[in-house]
Design a protein around this ligand. Structure first.
Ligand SMILES: [Mn+2]
Length: 355
C-alpha cells in the first residue's frame, strides 16, 4: 500500500482529492527534496507538478506520482480536477498561505475547497508512526550527532567560546554526512545554561561550569535531537544534585514510556519527580515532542496533550531544571515507542561527565 493509499484511508470518504503544497509533505509522499512543487492526489492516482529546475530529477526518481512539468499551475490543477470529475479538494490548511487559498478559490470556481484541518491532520497521523525505512534514517541521523558528541568532549576546555563549540559540533556533523543541522545548534556555558533556548555567544567557558549542548543532524530528510550537559572541571554540590534529579526524571520517564501512554501522562511522570525535589517552577517547558521529517512534529509529551502516543512514534524525553542567574541542566534522548516499552535511539552516556 502506498502512502497515498494510506492517506485516503485516513481521510473522510467525501473528500475527492488532496492538494499537498508543503515542502516537507511533498518530500514525504514523493521521496524527493525540492523547494517548490505541488501534489494533487486523487483516490485512483496522484500527480506531482514541478517546474523545470527539478523535472529531470523528478522523472528519474519519483514513482509514487505521475510527474508533470509545471507551466501554469492553477490552470493545470483545474484541468486535472475536471478530468477526474472531482467535486471538492482538500488543502493543507495548517501550512497553505491565505494568498494561495485565495488564488485557488478564484480559479477553481466550480470546486468546493475543503479548508478544514482534515488533510493536515491525516498527514500528521501518517507521519507520526514511522516505518522501518524512516527509522533507519533517524538512527543514522543520531549516529552522526553522537560522533560529534564524542569529538566535542575533547574540544571543550576553559577558554573556548560557546560559538566555537557550536561551530565545531556543526563541522563534525557535516563531516560525518549530515545533510543539514536539525536546528541552529545550541551551546551554552555557565549562567547562560539557565536559558533553555539561549543563543551561543562569544562567552568563554570557565572552570567549574556547565556546558549545555542541544543539537542534531538531518540525514535523508530525518532529524535527530539530543541534549547533553557536561561539567568543565568539578561541579558544586548543588550542580551535582540538580543534575541527578534531572537524570532520574528522564530515566523514570523513559522506563515508563510505551505505545498507548498519553502525552500528558508521560510528562507527569518526569515532572512529578522534579516537583517533588522542589524544582517544579524551574521546569517551564514540556517533556518532549515528536521528531521525524520535522524537528518538532506530532505527538507531544506535554501537560495538555491528552492523546495517546502511538506505537511507532518517535518522541524526545528532555526534562530540565533552569535556575536563573545560576545554571541549567537538560538531558535529552529520543525514543521509539513499542507496544510494551520503548527503544532508546540515543546511545551515548549520560552520567555526569566532568572534563
Ligand atoms: Mn528537543
Amino acid at each position: 500500500m502506498t502512502r497515498f493509499d494510506r492517506l485516503f484511508e485516513e481521510l473522510p470518504e467525501s473528500i475527492d482529492c488532496a492538494l499537498i503544497t508543503s515542502d516537507v509533505n511533498r518530500r514525504y509522499f514523493t521521496g524527493m527534496k525540492s523547494s517548490d512543487g505541488t501534489i494533487l492526489a486523487f483516490r485512483e492516482k496522484a500527480y506531482l507538478l514541478i517546474d523545470f529546475r527539478y523535472i529531470e530529477k523528478a522523472r528519474d526518481t519519483v514513482t509514487s506520482a505521475e510527474v508533470i512539468e509545471q507551466k501554469k499551475l492553477y490552470h493545470q490543477i483545474a484541468q486535472l480536477i475536471r478530468e477526474h470529475g472531482a467535486a471538492n479538494m482538500a488543502i493543507e490548511a495548517q501550512t497553505m498561505t491565505v494568498s494561495q487559498l485565495r488564488n485557488f478559490r478564484n480559479i477553481l470556481k466550480e470546486t468546493e475547497i475543503i479548508d478544514t484541518d482534515a488533510l493536515s491532520n491525516a498527514i500528521n497521523k501518517l507521519r507520526t508512526v514511522k516505518d522501518e525505512e524512516e527509522i533507519v534514517c533517524i538512527r543514522k541521523a543520531q549516529e552522526i550527532a553522537e560522533k560529534a558528541f564524542d569529538h566535542i568532549l575533547g574540544f571543550i576546555k576553559p577558554g573556548v567560546t560557546e560559538r566555537e563549540i557550536a561551530l565545531e559540533l556543526n563541522r563534525v556533523m557535516f563531516n560525518y554526512g549530515a545533510e543539514d543541522l536539525s536546528f541552529e545548534t545550541i551551546a551554552l556555558s555557565g549562567p547562560n545554561t539557565s536559558m533553555p533556548h539561549g543563543v551561543p555567544s562569544d562567552r568563554k567557558v570557565q572552570d567549574g561550569e556547565f556546558v549545555l549542548m542541544d543539537y542534531g543532524a538531518v540525514y535523508n530528510g530525518y532529524h535527530s535531537d539530543m541534549t547533553r550537559t557536561v561539567c568543565v572541571g568539578e561541579p558544586t554540590e548543588k550542580m551535582r544534585k540538580v543534575y541527578e534529579i534531572v537524570l532520574e526524571a528522564q530515566n523514570t520517564a523513559i522506563n515508563a514510556a510505551h505505545g498507548g501512554i498519553t502525552g500528558c501522562e508521560l510528562d507527569r511522570i518526569a515532572r512529578s519527580i522534579i516537583e517533588d525535589a522542589g524544582y517544579g517552577d524551574c521546569f517551564g517547558h514540556s517533556l518532549g515532542h515528536g521528531v521525524g521529517m520535522e524537528i518538532h512534529e506530532k505527538p507531544n509529551a506535554s501537560p495538555n496533550y491528552r492523546l495517546e502516543l502511538e506505537t511507532g512514534a518517535v518522541v524526545t524525553v528532555e526534562p530540565g531544571i533552569y535556575i536563573a542567574g545560576e545554571f541549567g541542566v537538560r538531558i535529552e534522548d529520543f525514543v521509539i515507542l513499542t507496544e510494551n516499552s520503548c527503544e532508546n535511539m540515543t546511545k551515548c552516556a549520560k552520567n555526569l561527565i566532568s572534563l
